[in-house]
Each structure stands twice: as C-alpha cells, then as structure tokens.
Write a protein that binds this ligand. Sequence first.
Ligand SMILES: N=c1c2ncn([C@@H]3O[C@H](COP(=O)(O)OP(=O)(O)OP(=O)(O)O)[C@@H](O)[C@H]3O)c2ncn1[C@@H]1O[C@H](COP(=O)(O)O)[C@@H](O)[C@H]1O
Length: 115
Amino acid sequence: MNDILQQLAAILEQRKACAEADTSYVASLHQKGLNKILEKVGEEATEAIIAAKELQAGGSREALVGEVADLWFHSMVMLSHLDIDPDEIGACLAARFGISGLEEKASRGQQGKHT
Ligand SMILES: N=c1c2ncn([C@@H]3O[C@H](COP(=O)(O)OP(=O)(O)OP(=O)(O)O)[C@@H](O)[C@H]3O)c2ncn1[C@@H]1O[C@H](COP(=O)(O)O)[C@@H](O)[C@H]1O
C-alpha cells in the first residue's frame, strides 16, 4: 500500500506545477485553491461516515472502501497543496506506534496537573 501512496504523492506534486486544469482534476483543485480542497475533504469525510453507517445497516463494503479512498486521496491533495510530505504523516504514526492511546491521554492529564 505504501508504494501506491508514494506513487500517488509524486503525481500530486507534478500536478502542482501543471497548468492544465482542463485535463487534470488535481491541477484544477490546486488552481481553485485551499478552500475548494478543504470543501472536498469535508464532503468526502461526510460521505465516508454515511457509507460506514449504511454498511452497518447491511449496505455495501465496496461503497465504504470507495468513499475512504476518495477521502485519503483528497487529504493527500490537501497535504501536497500545503507542501507537507505524506512521509511526515508516516513518521508521526511511526513515532506513536506501540504507545497506547489511553496511556498517552492519561500522561497529558498528568502534564496538565503540573502546569
Ligand atoms: N485517485 C484519484 C482520484 N480519486 C478520486 N478522484 C476524483 O475525485 C473527484 C471527486 O469525486 P466527486 O464524486 O466528489 O466528484 P464531483 O461531484 O464531480 O466533484 P465536484 O464537482 O464536487 O468537484 C472525481 O472527479 C474523481 O474522479 C481522483 N482523481 C484522481 N486520482 C489520482 O490522481 C491522478 C491524477 O489525476 P488527474 O490530475 O485528474 O490526471 C490520477 O492518475 C489518479 O491516480
């Protein structure tokens, strides 16, 4: 999976320098700007939530997989637009790996008590 994400990230970077909004969806998003990209991220997040609820009620797995792919894709366009390498997200997740979310949250509470 990493491989396809890396390949996609490279294409998204190329599209930033490409003026052909008529032939490239990604170039058109970069040209429309951050607000349009954020609108798409929000729209796709909502669609993924709806598809998840529908799957639980007997709907389609494929629909949810497709909506999450749309969400990841538009999130990657957002990162690219803001010059954030997806490897930074990978490094952030790697740094968290193995640290229980519950422990991490409790340690935040402890830090709060000292300040
Ligand atoms: N992975 C994707 C990808 N996933 C989804 N989409 C597009 O995301 C768009 C948004 O989906 P919607 O259902 O919201 O479409 P819509 O209602 O027409 O969108 P709006 O009018 O609301 O903007 C659709 O046009 C999809 O085709 C993608 N478009 C491109 N890619 C990748 O990006 C590469 C570069 O794409 P281009 O820049 O278009 O060449 C492609 O080779 C692909 O690898």
